[in-house]
Design a protein around this ligand. Structure first.
Ligand code: SAH
Length: 348
């Protein structure tokens, strides 16, 4: 059985042909799905025989909302979603003036091992399929009753470690018969899997690439990001240059500020030199403190100094606004506390 959400319109048309059905049925079915009808039996312009055939080949899986926290401060909603195999992930919807933005997960857990990140503490469980990533948007949109127009792939998982499914997800989310989210409204964040950045660049998509850099040199990066042992910053920067040349898109460098670790003026200067010739912008993120680790957020003074130094060197920089701070145990924490709680209930 196949999750029908993994299919493009053309693939569903091909299936219709192979099954001696009219291809226009594919569009009718997609219309139902993307308008929020998720049960084949409710698609009332589709003949019963075809519905039965569909049910033999496909299922349509929308994850179950097992918990939803809504921020009283800024309306950010944090969804805890469960797939039918019991795996749980988080998606977060943020409300901005320019529209709703969703942060989706691409894997259950993560194997990249970044020391400050809650998603990776127990490794990766499995990849999410393109349809499973897509259904996060569908269910959240349905719950909030508003359109979601921006997507960031910054939930649990390393998108480029699930490359095929993630690329297909981008195509599905972008397609006009579906959610119709512009490529420029999609941001893929990676810890820097260099060969995959080249592959992605060659696809010539118009998405934004965000690189989790978090350090201006290899020695420092190795302290928090195991991927730094595999690819040097020099290799990563070359890949980024290639990406901007190929796509003409500006790269975002994410830099999580950890108190007295990577947040000095010298680090800011080193970072400026490193990226000065790249079409880019830096997003500073005072680190979210997670209970399992002792990393502390940079002081406001250090954040400001770091920001000012980058600006003085001509680097376009923003400081990420913290959203949903009242509901936000740091990224990945909601899932972890839910799993821990379930475990301890089972043990009782
Ligand atoms: N694996 C991808 C995408 C998921 S993480 C990546 O590494 O980019 C999304 C972003 O959140 C990354 O920049 C990641 O480094 C950052 N992040 C993870 N844990 C964090 C924390 N505790 N505080 C601040 N940012 C964090």
């Amino acid at each position: 059985m196949i999750n029908i959400l993994n299919l493009t319109l053309d693939e569903l048309k091909d299936w219709m042909k192979d099954n001696s059905e009219s291809t226009f049925r594919a569009k009718q079915i997609m219309d139902w799905i993307y308008k929020g009808t998720w049960c084949f039996d409710d698609m009332n312009n589709i003949p019963a025989l075809l519905i039965n055939k569909l049910k033999d080949y496909f299922y349509l899986e929308i994850p179950e909302v097992v918990n939803l926290l809504i921020s009283e401060k800024d309306g950010t909603s944090k969804f805890l979603l469960r797939y039918s195999d019991g795996n749980i992930i988080e998606s977060v919807v943020m409300k901005y003036k320019h529209g709703n933005s969703i942060c989706v997960s691409t894997q259950v857990g993560c194997k990249m091992g970044c020391k400050f990140c809650a998603s990776t503490l127990e490794g990766v469980v499995r990849n999410l399929s393109s349809g499973e990533i897509l259904s996060q948007i569908m269910v959240c949109q349905n719950e909030i009753g508003e359109r979601i127009s921006n997507v960031v792939l910054m939930g649990s998982g390393e998108p480029l470690d699930n490359y095929e499914n993630v690329v297909k997800f981008i195509k599905l989310a972008n397609s006009e018969y579906g959610l119709n989210i512009g490529q420029r409204h999609i941001t893929l964040s990676t810890c820097g899997l260099v060969p995959k950045i080249y592959e992605l660049a060659d696809l010539n998509l118009q998405i934004t690439l965000a690189i989790s850099l978090h350090a201006p040199n290899d020695a420092l990066r190795k302290l928090t990001m195991p991927v730094a042992y595999k690819y040097s910053i020099a290799e990563l920067i070359d890949a980024c240059k290639y990406y901007t040349q190929k796509t003409n898109r500006r790269i975002t460098f994410e830099y999580a500020l950890i108190n007295n670790t990577n947040d000095s003026n010298d680090h800011a200067k080193e970072l400026s030199h490193l990226i000065k010739n790249i079409l880019c912008h830096v997003n500073l993120i005072p680190i979210n403190e997670i209970t399992e680790k002792s990393y502390k957020k940079s002081s406001l003074k250090n954040v400001e100094n770091f920001y000012n130094t980058l600006c003085n060197y001509g680097i376009e920089t923003t400081i990420r606004k913290e959203m949903g701070s009242d509901i936000n145990a740091a990224c990945g924490q909601l899932r972890r506390s839910f799993i821990e709680q379930t475990k301890s209930e089972e043990e009782v």
